[in-house]
Design a protein around this ligand. Structure first.
Ligand code: V1S
Ligand code: CA
Ligand code: ZN
Length: 386
């Protein structure tokens, strides 16, 4: 098994259902569920499955999906077929925001209920103390709203998982390193102090999806609302690089944990924040992305690790496989094992840490700007002391 051993003193569970990986959003669509196959193949090739409890999750029931989503929206998802894709502005397809970003494809409902079921199973492993870290790379679909699809997300598995955690935990910290703002999760828990949401993202209101997540969007403006100051946003410009990203992440996450005192953490690891991503615009390498996971793990709290975006599949798979190794605390050889399936897919870069294309975006985040962002977050945290 390549010498990979079970972690000492804690348990990691890995939730993956191969049925999802065959799904297709359409030829031109950037979301490729196949990246999950590639991830799982690398994880297995290293023998990491020997160090974790592996589960093939069930599909969530429609009742479970309705714990967050509206009954009519779930009924719609259950019923629609690709022939309902239409340009008719009066149609339900329009009402529920399906279309180019969120197409109706064959097996859509199955796909949604599988990734949601995986996140629910993972959350339940944490609450019944069977796992200390639970991983679902197929989840992390942070844009879905109560009554509509958005940004490649149909069901918000993160909200469902957090609702599950809240049955047993007083405070949940949600951290989101996808290059996009975690708007759906923020909105769902906007007015409660039992969930703190913290998203790092590229922010440009007019030009970058979804256009929300400014530094001063911190919860309801009415200080009497429990949710005030419990939504935190770290808006960034193009091209942020490793050292700055890691320092920013640590300088913000550390005080969040110390002030808010969560009893469980949910970490969305969207890999579109990597350099060279088809949709992203940061210059973060795989080691630096992983450093965020390693940092969060060090708090030694129950941890739910989720996927999210990530559109250059070969890099997504390497990042998530590497982050799996960090979760189990295993040192893995940087070269992909020679027997890794689809090895040819990685071209000349048969290493976990390829040279990413960092030439497309110049770093527009000055040191002064980043310092001002940290100050802005600290200002919000001061309100928590009561
Ligand atoms: N950026 C971007 C982008 N690209 C696409 C797209 C491209 C080709 C297709 F065939 C279909 C869609 N859509 C977008 C964004 C949505 C990004 C979602 C990120 C999701 C996540 O990583 O955070 C989590 C999984 N949509 C838009 O920018 C909206 C439009 C404004 C432009 C694109 N058209 C297709 C719809 C309207
Ligand atoms: Ca984010
Ligand atoms: Zn994203």
């Amino acid at each position: 098994n390549n010498g990979i051993q079970k972690p000492k003193g804690y348990t990691v569970s890995y939730h993956a259902n191969p049925e999802m990986e065959q799904m297709h959003f359409g030829q031109k669509h950037p979301m490729k569920p196949w990246r999950l196959t590639l991830t799982n193949k690398i994880v297995m090739a290293y023998g990491m499955h020997e160090a974790m409890d592996i589960y093939k999750p069930r599909a969530a029931s429609s009742q479970e999906l309705k714990d967050f989503h509206s009954v009519d929206y779930i009924d719609f998802l259950q019923r629609v077929t690709p022939s309902d894709n239409t340009w008719d502005p009066d149609s339900q397809t329009y009402a529920y925001n399906t279309g180019d970003d969120c197409p109706i494809f064959d097996g859509l409902y199955k796909y949604c209920s599988l990734y949601a079921g995986a996140s629910l199973d993972a959350a339940r492993k944490l609450t019944n103390h069977q796992s200390d870290i639970a991983i679902n790379w197929s989840g992390g679909l942070h844009h879905a709203k109560k009554t509509e699809a958005s940004g490649f997300c149909y069901i918000n598995d993160i909200v469902l998982a957090i609702l599950q955690l809240l049955l047993h935990h007083p405070r949940v910290l949600y951290i989101d390193i996808d290059v996009h703002h975690g708007d759906g999760v923020e909105q769902a828990f906007w007015s409660t102090d039992r969930v703190m949401t913290l998203s790092f993202h590229k922010y440009n209101r007019a030009e970058f999806f979804p256009g929300t997540g400014a530094l001063d969007d911190t919860g309801p403006l009415n200080n009497a609302s429990p949710g005030a100051h419990h939504s935190l946003n770290v808006p960034l410009h193009d091209g942020i690089e490793d050292a700055h990203y890691i320092k920013l992440f640590e300088d913000i996450v550390r005080p969040c944990v110390h002030q808010y005192k969560p009893t469980v953490i949910v970490l969305q690891c969207g890999a579109d924040s990597l350099g060279g991503d088809r949709l992203g615009c940061f210059n973060v390498n795989i080691k630096a992305h992983g450093a965020c996971v390693a940092f969060v793990k060090k708090f030694d709290l129950p941890l739910l690790v989720l996927g999210g975006g990530g559109y250059t599949a070969r890099n997504v798979a390497k990042a998530w496989a590497y982050e799996t190794s960090l979760c189990i605390g295993a040192e893995v050889h940087p070269n992909l094992p020679a027997h890794t399936p689809f090895l040819e897919h990685f071209g000349n870069e048969k290493t976990l840490f390829p040279k990413l294309d960092l030439t497309r975006y110049e770093n527009k985040n000055s040191r002064v700007y980043l310092e001002s962002v940290v100050m802005g977050i600290m200002e919000q945290l001061r309100y928590l002391q009561g």
